[in-house]
Design a binder for this molecule. Structure first.
Ligand SMILES: Cc1cc2nc3c(=O)[nH]c(=O)nc-3n(C[C@H](O)[C@H](O)[C@H](O)COP(=O)(O)OP(=O)(O)OC[C@H]3O[C@@H](n4cnc5c(N)ncnc54)[C@H](O)[C@@H]3O)c2cc1C
Length: 504
């Protein structure tokens, strides 16, 4: 064996890190607080139907995509049931006030041509903008699985570090087009003047290269990663919340779970929100200035989701993601609007099932929402939040269903059951501050403050997960590579992935 490692948190970051380490001879133990592993990949089942909690659409599974290569390296590609989102229309954006519909195509050329069809007077700007998006991703070698130095330590171009909205404004003038180019905003919680252009570029290029959905939910990926760990002699323990990280002489001595059991290893990886980590670490283990910094880094916003169980053969299946906007002018306001009682924009989708036919089984509506909206119930626990909370959730879900019914007037007749989750659900389920869906917010006005390395001042404690480099199904596995290489040696995983893919 190549030493031992305990991983705190069995979400996407913890399981990918565990899989990389296990495959390279490390004896891994993953400790997950929830009864089901997976974090953002976890699904829940009601009346026989499975709903995704935090993973609905993924980039990077295309033929040359980083996730595809990573899964091939890990030997799990054949276990995943994926649905490629059609390139003809990978996303659609509907503006209610003007009744306009924009269908976004994927594939670099098709994406560009489709936008030019809608905005012919901006043809030159659109082409130059798309070129710049792809060029910006080349400044992050890890994105294409090339040997890398830590993100942002390289020298970067001016456009890399400006805000996403400024980048768009540099290339095109048409106000509607500027909004359309920012339509993926809810997938990274974009904030005008703050979200760095490189995050916008990475997310957009991922989706331009082709989006994918999990057939039957993302739990299958969590399970496949878990199997790598257990097949290599490791352990993945659910129902095991870590309540203490004992640190002495700048090294972790052990971690303890709620039952009192202690776990000891050579190395430890924290795959949970860094604030949650310092809260369970020995007093004084981290410098006050570091803890203060973690407390002041702004977190991304939270979300409200409505999960609808549809009656059989009633609501037509939609094979892509749909974005509903009440008016133009709201695209960069979604975070601020998230604080208002009535959401003006949301996304909706019908996730694919095995042997998907003409009709959908499930419909999901998802809108950004600030924690402020649920603050009055912040001291309550799941299932015991009281009638006022349940009534508010009921109203909110119905508001969103009514909005969507303006597009699908028969929707109410198709509904069998409705479930919903709020920022409180996300806070308690993932253990993130104020239910932040994408962890710490990256800010081009102050990039250093939200930049966390995978190393800590504690010699055998490493970080992974969405707070370190980038969130989401593509970003978190990339961080997991960095974290694993901090333990196994520089470029150990990247080189192995490259070798594996050369041989394919
Ligand atoms: C509603 C929603 C929708 C989203 N949609 C998408 C999408 O469509 N595409 C996309 O790419 N990304 C999406 N995301 C983001 C994506 O889910 C996250 O970026 C990703 O899950 C982060 O991975 P992680 O490993 O950092 O954290 P997580 O996946 O959240 O894993 C953290 C794990 O640690 C566990 N944990 C916490 N504290 C402890 C403790 N003390 N002891 C033991 N275990 C602990 C948690 O239970 C959890 O399982 C969405 C997120 C949300 C919330």
């Amino acid at each position: 064996m190549n030493g031992s490692c305990i991983i705190i948190g069995g979400g996407i970051g913890g399981l990918f890190t565990g899989a990389f380490l296990s495959k390279n001879g490390v004896k891994v133990t993953v400790l997950e607080k929830n009864s089901i592993i997976g974090g953002g990949l976890q699904c829940f089942t009601r009346k026989g139907k499975t709903f995704e909690t935090g993973m609905h659409v993924a980039g990077g599974f295309g033929p040359n995509g980083s996730l595809n290569k990573i899964c091939r390296y890990l030997g799990i590609s054949h276990k995943l049931k994926l649905q490629e989102v059609p390139s003809e229309c990978s996303d659609e954006i509907y503006y209610r006030s003007s009744n306009e519909l924009f269908k976004i195509a994927s594939g670099r050329q098709q994406f560009t041509e489709r936008l030019i069809q809608y905005f012919p007077h901006e043809a030159k700007g659109i082409t130059a903008y798309v070129d710049e998006l792809f060029r910006l991703t080349e400044e992050v070698p890890l994105f294409s699985l090339h040997e890398d130095s830590p993100l942002l330590e390289n020298k970067h171009s001016d456009n890399f570090l400006i805000s996403a909205d400024s980048l768009i404004d540099k290339f095109v003038q048409d106000k509607k087009l500027r909004e359309i180019l920012a339509y993926l905003n809810p997938l990274y919680g974009g904030v005008k003047g703050h979200t760095p252009a490189y995050i916008h570029a990475i997310l957009n290029v991922l989706y331009i290269n082709g989006a994918t959905r999990f057939i039957g939910g993302g739990q299958q990926l969590a399970n496949a990663l878990c199997e790598i760990i257990t097949d290599n002699g490791g352990v993945v323990k659910s129902n095991s919340p870590v309540v203490k990280i004992e640190i002495e002489d700048k090294a972790v001595q052990y971690v303890q779970i709620e039952t009192g059991e202690k776990y000891i290893a050579d190395n430890y990886v924290s795959a949970i929100h860094p604030l949650a980590m310092v809260n369970i670490a020995s007093n004084g283990a981290f410098r006050k200035s570091f803890v203060h910094r973690l407390n002041v880094i702004p977190n991304s916003t939270s979300a409200f989701s409505v999960y609808i169980d549809l009656k059989p053969n009633s609501f037509e299946y939609i094979d892509h993601t749909c974005y509903y906007m009440e008016n133009f002018g709201l695209m960069w306001e979604q975070e601020r609007q998230a604080n208002q009682s009535i959401p003006n924009s949301f996304m909706y989708m019908t996730p694919p099932d095995e042997n998907q036919g003409q009709y959908a089984n499930r419909l999901l509506i998802h809108c950004l929402m600030s924690f402020e909206m649920v603050k009055k119930w912040e001291n309550t626990a799941s299932g015991k939040r009281g009638t006022s909370y349940e009534e508010w959730k009921f109203l909110m879900a119905n508001y969103l269903i009514d909005k969507l019914s303006t597009l699908y007037p028969h929707l109410r007749d198709c509904i069998s059951d409705v479930y919903s989750s709020s920022p409180l659900t996300i806070r308690d389920f993932y253990n993130t501050k104020n239910g932040a869906i994408f962890g710490f917010r990256k800010d081009c006005e102050n990039l250093l403050i939200s930049r966390l390395p995978v190393y800590t001042k504690i010699s055998n404690l490493f970080l992974t997960g969405q707070n370190v480099i980038l969130h989401g199904i593509c970003g978190v596995p990339l961080t997991a590579i960095n974290t694993s290489e901090a333990i196994l040696g520089k470029n150990a995983i990247i080189n192995a992935i490259q070798r594996q893919n050369e041989n394919c």
